[in-house]
Ligand binder design. Structure first.
Ligand SMILES: [Zn+2]
Length: 67
């Protein structure tokens, strides 16, 4: 499991969510998550309804280098 820190675009809350397996397809700019982020207030979010925080970005970078 991989927990990343996100910000919900709907309610602006910052939360951590387990996105499962993360893959980095070369043809895409964005990584693929096995599960989408789950906001504690809004439930499961779609792409574009959340952003990675700075902390989330660095967590993702670590996953990238250790995968
Ligand atoms: Zn929310």
């Amino acid at each position: 499991m991989t927990e990343l820190t996100f910000k919900c675009s709907n309610c602006k809350k910052i939360f951590t969510s387990d996105v499962g397996k993360i893959s980095f397809p070369i043809e895409k700019e964005e990584p693929d998550f096995e599960r989408e982020a789950m906001c504690p207030s809004c439930g499961e979010l779609k792409r574009g309804e959340y952003t990675l925080t700075e902390e989330g970005q660095s967590q993702l970078t670590k996953v990238f280098f250790y995968s």
